[in-house]
Design a protein. Structure first.
Length: 227
């Protein structure tokens, strides 16, 4: 993909000249018309109804750019390639090869946003168990020795929070999942060392694990489209 350096956030109140140029070029490349916020709020917005097939869509909005960008930012190869720009708060947006790829990434970005906002319908069922009773205290530092693989065939592991209690059936890919250089499944527990997990905390961590399962799945799809 060819790219253009764009700084700042995507939104009607913060679009700069670079981003305006990118939007213009994106529309030209994809054969789509950019709609401002006011235009998307008018009756014309029906043309991009969620029920409309991607190949029938004729316009895109700042929300679509935001979702597209969110998907792109979850591409590991992309982040590695443009790390220096991202560290300086510059967004190097790629041009998708066609409108089909663009709309697919828009949809994935929107889905990721819902997942990361813990939308229950998107996160799905809990897969991490917390089977042992105890005081729920996080007494360990969550190091390598506190994690163990318990099911090689299904690639599942267990992380201990104290001598008796643990979260079980965590996919290895989720435990090792890196987002923005951080390991969310590990960091959440590390940040709570010395704390006692309440019922809501346990449910939150189980929800995070399920969200990471979906995030990992979608990131693999994104990596195949963002090169």
């Amino acid at each position: 993909m060819n790219t253009l350096l764009c700084g700042g956030k995507v939104g009607e109140d913060s679009i700069n000249l670079n981003l305006l140029y990118y939007i213009e070029q994106l529309g030209n490349k994809l054969g789509l018309t950019y709609l401002t916020q006011e235009e998307t709020e008018s009756n014309v917005c029906f043309v991009n109804s969620p029920d409309l097939r991607d190949d029938y869509k004729t316009s895109f909005s700042s929300k679509d750019i935001l979702d597209f960008s969110y998907a792109v930012l979850h591409s590991e190869p992309y982040r590695e390639k443009y790390l220096a720009y991202l560290e300086n708060d510059f967004l190097q947006l790629p041009y998708p090869k066609d409108s089909g790829v663009f709309w697919r990434l828009v949809a994935i970005g929107s889905e990721l946003c819902a997942i990361h906002n813990m939308d229950a319908a998107k996160v799905g069922k809990f897969i991490a168990n917390f089977p042992q009773e105890g005081d729920n205290s996080v007494t360990v530092r969550i190091q390598e020795t506190d994690w163990e693989i318990v099911d090689v065939e299904n690639n599942l592991g267990r992380v201990w929070i104290n001598e008796k209690q643990y979260f079980d059936t965590i996919p290895i890919s989720v435990w090792e999942c890196s987002i923005g250089g951080k390991l969310p499944a590990k960091k959440w527990l590390k940040d709570r060392k010395g704390s006692i997990l309440e019922e809501d905390d346990i449910l939150e961590y189980q929800k995070i694990i399920s969200a990471l399962v979906e995030t990992d799945r979608l990131m693999k799809v994104i990596d195949k489209m963002v090169v």
